[in-house]
Design a protein around this ligand. Structure first.
Ligand code: HSE
Length: 434
């Protein structure tokens, strides 16, 4: 029986989940791969913490280079996270001819190009199923099962923390700050959960998905991102009255001449399958020109789901090593690079329906002044709700618009800045009409 040796760099939650899956399902994995997958070494700066699993102390080290320079290790599994150091280790591993499995979404989304080039140059395999959607096999599906399709639309709920927060705000009518505090206390959110709630984490994952669909890294800075911290229980209630739920959506659309790639809170019809993806679950809805609609649903984080994805990648590479493969699928599963760079449209060019909530003085003429400015910017209103006086004497006026251009909505809101009839900055949420 042949053997494939791996070295794990980073032994936190995901590292421990990976080790556990390899041990628990060892026989099944050996049978499926046709070779034994052996963890030869694990590197982590912390050798003290009890991870709840037995690990032979002789395979533990604080020095990652011991793994990278070990000629007997075939696959380096990078689970340490972070940018600079992780990039350095991965590039060194590639140069040493080692295959790489990583869950590092931030690194791939922001600095993937250099890593992909190195992988191609040195003829090694780099796999990253665990970087998007935890245990959901979306990367494999896009690279293999759906590869005959032109993917026109992707709408994802890619951040479990924000989905958990929005779900509790929706079900319990609680304000954002209270839910975040409780989520941190219960261990459902990091402290502080900045990258989760400001859209960056979901944008990293969307960037990876889009790069596979189009065969080239996405210019990450051009992805529009907006977080969920401004959403109030009022907005969730009004959304409900209009028949919508509010979700943090990661959206990519192929417009033919460029792409829409954006992450922001959005209203989505309660009848849409994504509106009912709750708690910390992730989901990815996509449409391919031949396959039609597809939905992927599951846990986007956690020791076991993410460990499941990491081990799947390890097994896939181990199988190919065992079969004596000399060449591997390129990192983004495109043998030929696209002729043009990926062009991402500015958010200003978006056409969407909009929810706008104004807090305004309750006096004659207010509604007509607001609607006058909207009309001046060519924004057509489809529904209006006005709700009774709040403690400060202001009223909520909520409008849904017909499809409008983002730039026109932004210009109208800019023109309203400083208007004495408005008691607060208006809240604007895009309405996803898929
Ligand atoms: N922090 C991420 C989330 C999980 O909340 O979905 C890891 O990607």
């Amino acid at each position: 029986m042949s053997q494939v040796n791996i070295g794990i760099i980073g032994f936190g939650t995901v590292g421990a989940g990976t080790f556990e899956a390899l041990n628990t399902n060892q026989e099944l994995i050996t049978n499926r791969v046709g070779a034994k997958v052996v963890v030869k070494k694990i590197a982590d700066l912390d050798l003290e913490t009890d991870r709840g699993i037995f690990v032979d102390p002789n395979i533990m080290t604080t020095n990652a280079m011991e793994l990278i320079d070990d000629p007997e290790i075939d696959i380096i599994v990078e689970l340490m996270g972070g940018l600079e150091k992780a990039e350095e280790f991965i590039l060194k591993a590639i140069k040493n001819g080692k295959h790489v499995v990583t869950a590092n979404k931030a690194l791939l989304a922001e600095k993937g190009e250099k890593i992909y080039r190195a992988a191609i140059k040195y003829g090694i395999n780099i796999s990253f199923e665990a970087s998007v959607g935890g245990g959901i096999p979306i990367i494999g599906a896009l690279k293999d099962g759906l590869s005959a399709n032109r993917i026109k639309t992707i709408i994802g709920i890619l951040n479990g923390t924000s989905n958990y927060i929005l779900t509790r705000m929706t079900n319990e009518g609680l304000p954002y700050e209270q839910v975040v505090q409780e989520a941190v206390k219960l261990g459902f959110a990091e402290n502080p959960p900045t990258l989760d709630v400001n859209g960056t984490d979901a944008a990293h994952k969307l960037a990876i998905i889009v790069s596979i669909i189009f065969g080239a890294p996405v210019p990450f800075d051009q992805i529009y991102r907006e977080g969920i911290d401004f959403i109030t229980p009022d907005d969730i209630r009004f959304a409900d009255e209009f028949g919508y739920n509010i979700k943090l959506l990661a959206i990519a659309r192929d417009l033919g001449e460029g792409l829409e790639v954006r992450v922001h809170p959005a209203m989505i019809s309660k009848h849409h399958i994504l509106a009912n993806v709750n708690d910390a679950y992730n989901a990815i809805f996509l449409e391919g020109d031949f396959v039609g609609p597809n939905l992927f649903y599951g846990l986007g984080a956690g020791k076991h789901p993410t460990g499941s994805a990491v081990v799947a990648d390890i097994m896939n590479v181990a199988r190919q090593i065992k079969l004596g493969a000399k060449n591997f699928t390129p990192p983004l599963a495109h043998a030929i690079q696209p002729k043009q760079n990926i062009c991402i449209h500015s958010i200003d060019e978006l056409t969407s329906a909009y929810y706008i909530r104004f807090s305004a003085l309750d006096q004659p003429g207010v509604l007509s002044r607001i609607s006058g400015i909207l009309s001046k910017h060519d924004i057509s209103i489809s529904s209006v709700i006005q709700k009774g006086r709040q403690i400060d004497g202001s009223v909520s006026i909520v409008m849904l618009t017909h499809e409008s251009r983002e730039i026109q909505v932004q210009n109208a809101l800019e023109e309203m800045k400083g208007m004495e009839i408005l008691t607060k900055k208006p809240v604007m949420i895009r309405v996803e009409q898929q």
